[in-house]
Design a protein around this ligand. Structure first.
Ligand SMILES: [Mn+2]
Length: 465
């Protein structure tokens, strides 16, 4: 793996006075991947362009104009044959962790893919992780960029087991060694460094805990009952401000309450969602949302969802002025769009799949395609939605239906892989699909939606036996 990374580094240096373009995936991992390699190039004063794309569909590839060197990050491997047709006569680096297609006779290609080194690209290394290997070969002092590889991995939900696994742990060691990361077991509360403890509790929804999830007064009274002060001299106490004894009391109580509502067969996975590995980015400011790797990746994800990945990219590269401001504006806008989407689903209600296992809503013309997944996952703990069954959002647009599916991490821990099911179901009706085990999507012909939903549901039922 290091040999390929070294070849990639050499190829970059060879083109240091030529034209270089980074083409990356428009999601949290892709934004981190691009920022990581771009920072490494900046440090060597190597000029370059950056472009983000949703997918390397054939028409997208056609629209690219090959420079002397193209660096594809977090994508490319799965569309290798299409990329080859256009880039055969050019130098190309691909750093990716998605399942690769075979390719032959392409002398200008350096292909660095997790699967070629028996790494599991789903859980053990992200696109940013593969890019990090190149950055480290470019200059050993790039060890600090490992922090972005950790954010990328978390953006791709590679810590779904409550901790990083496989090669991601090696990368985390580099990050700890270079002083940019602190890794420890903690409560899995979102906004660890940036939100009041009761707010962080309120947003805990997987698994949903009635009386706590989405219910601030319940959170406040729980904290009082547990003798956990909401404020101290410094103002609101955040999850990081709690003592170990307080965290212990809170964790015990949350687990006990969750047990009362979670279906029996999922109970044993509950502690893994409440306690897990927390990743603190030590170079970020004390009360910043960016200080927690989870918060950082959520920020990157929302810039990508708004099709403003360049904002996330600049923040990831270190801008803490204009782009950070722009990102916070985007997050506010994000919350507004989410509220509107939630209201729509609440009004129209959820429909049941043919066998009554999946639940879905059709938001055609109402919710933006890029939000459908977020709305689906927020609905998991809400209203009439069963949080322990998968939820699917559908948007029909000009003959094509865009599908997004989400489920509780508990189902993943029990063995459900929605990514596989959605890929197979989409394929069988002439569409395509993929993503992560708990968050995935597909595109299918509009007139095949019912067929697709039936196949997807059958496959999920089969997986769970
Ligand atoms: Mn990725």
């Amino acid at each position: 793996m290091n040999t390929a990374a070294r070849k990639a580094a050499e190829l970059i240096k060879k083109h240091r006075n030529g034209s270089i373009e980074i083409v990356s995936h428009m999601d949290a991992d892709g934004v981190c991947s691009a920022a990581l390699i771009s920072k490494a190039l900046d440090r060597l004063d190597i000029p370059h362009n950056v472009k983000f794309v949703r997918m390397l569909y054939r028409d997208v590839i056609e629209g690219l104009d090959p420079p002397d060197l193209t660096i594809f990050t977090d994508l490319g491997s799965s569309q290798l044959q299409n990329v080859r047709n256009k880039f055969l006569r050019h130098d190309v680096i691909i750093a990716d962790h998605h399942e690769p297609q075979p390719v032959e006779g392409w002398p200008g290609l350096v292909h660095l893919n997790a699967h070629h080194y028996s790494l599991d690209g789903v859980q053990e290394v992200s696109g940013a992780g593969m890019v990090y290997l190149i950055a480290r070969e470019l200059d050993p002092s790039n060890l600090d960029l490992s922090a972005l590889a950790i954010v990328g991995a978390i953006g791709d939900i590679q810590n779904a087991w409550g901790k990083l696994m496989g090669y991601n742990r090696e990368i985390a060691k580099d990050a700890v060694r270079s002083g940019v990361l602190d890794q420890k077991i903690d409560l899995m509360l979102y906004g660890r460094h940036s939100r009041p403890i009761f707010k962080a509790l309120e947003s805990f929804t997987d698994p949903p805990i009635p009386g706590i999830s989405n219910y601030a007064p319940g959170c406040v009274s729980l904290l009082k009952d547990l003798d956990i002060q909401l404020k101290d001299d410094g103002g609101w106490r955040r999850p990081v401000d709690l003592t170990d004894a307080e965290k212990q009391r809170l964790a015990t109580e949350l687990i006990a309450r969750a047990y009362m509502y979670v279906p029996a067969e999922l109970v044993k996975y509950v502690p893994g969602l409440i306690i897990g590995e927390a990743h603190t980015l030590l170079a970020e400011e004390e009360r910043s949302i960016l200080r927690d790797a989870d918060g950082f990746s959520t920020c990157m994800n929302s810039t990508a969802r708004h099709e403003q990945p360049l904002i996330g990219f600049e923040v990831a590269k270190g801008d803490r002025k204009i782009y950070l401001k722009a990102m916070f504006n985007l997050l506010r806008h994000h919350r507004r769009s989410i509220a509107e989407g939630m209201e729509f689903v609440e009004q129209t209600g959820l429909q049941q799949g043919p066998k009554g296992y999946i639940q879905y809503f059709d938001a055609s013309g109402e919710i933006k395609e890029t939000f459908i997944g977020t709305i689906a996952s927020l609905n998991l703990g809400y209203g009439n939605c069963d949080p322990y069954r998968p939820i699917v959002g559908v948007i029909r647009d000009g003959g094509v239906a865009k599908i997004s599916a989400r489920c509780s991490k508990l189902l993943f821990l029990k063995g459900l892989d929605m990514a596989r099911a959605i890929r197979e179901a989409a394929h069988s009706v002439g569409g395509e699909g993929g993503g992560h085990a708990v968050a995935c999507g597909a595109q299918v012909p509009e007139n095949q939606v019912a067929e697709f939903l039936g196949k997807f549901e059958d496959s999920l039922i089969e997986q769970l036996g």
